[in-house]
Design a protein. Sequence first.
Length: 334
Amino acid sequence: MSDVAFPFPLVVCDTGGTNVRFSLVSEPGGALGPAVHLITDDYRGLPEALEAAAPKLAARPRSMIACGAGPVAGRTLKLTNAPWVMDGPETARRAGLAQGLLLNDFEAQALMLPAIPQDWSRPIGPLAFGSRGPQVILGPGTGLGVAGLIEIEGRHTPISSEACHIDFGPVSPEEFALWPHLERARGRVTSESVISGEGLARVHRARMMTLGFPDPHLEPPAVTTAALADRAGEAAASLRLYWSIVARFAGDMAVTFVATGGVTLSGGVLPRVVDFLDEEAFRRAFEDKAPVDALARRIPTRLVIQSDAVLVGMAAIAATPERYAIDYSSRKWV
């Protein structure tokens, strides 16, 4: 590993297709400062958003670690669901930063796993975390992210993934009836098109049409609002089906990575609809992976309920970069 240091104060940044968040950390191991929330589409790119956030930070940052919802190519990142191209060296030059690093959003989520306090997550099922082995993290927001994490000789190594774009099909009679009514995304039904935030709305609209009702044209927040207002209603039933689909995809990713260290769910959608999570039904769908169902039954699952967890994880990388197996030589900005 080439020598790399991230001078403090450090700004950490989480960028999605809808929102971008900044927080300042004054010293290694220090607490996060108040988060500054901005709308991604309000700015041309990362330098402009950082400039807008800077007056609300407690000090001028000397370095930055940022993650974004899109693939990383060295020192640049193209957001999948927004027009930004995040250019690390250009951001460093314009903001006067001494160092910086770009991560895929779920690469960053994977790297945060060693730093998550126990009370920042909710167990799903009886199995406890703590076993050594590969881990998986996945979750829906504007899109859907999936990544893995392994530990080699004491260093944490992320495994990026674009599993959100694999084709996705039905398995139960209810889902087979639903699928012909599902809105396609760019002509395909993918895991992201069904499990993202917009996927929640697609599942509800398709389910209502399956039952003979017209398309309700509800957006994801409205589906959740309707479900909370009537927990015996159709929107609530759609949310329970959505959780089942999430569970079986999580089980697919668990056996794909042989994730004996556990599967963690995160993202902006699931904590908002956790009232409709049936843990026993989740585990049944998660474990239904014959002929490797015995493997799935050994894998614990949990849901991150603290929205700042990924920011804390990036701050931990800056504090002890030697603990993380990142190709700093080809990815650091300066």
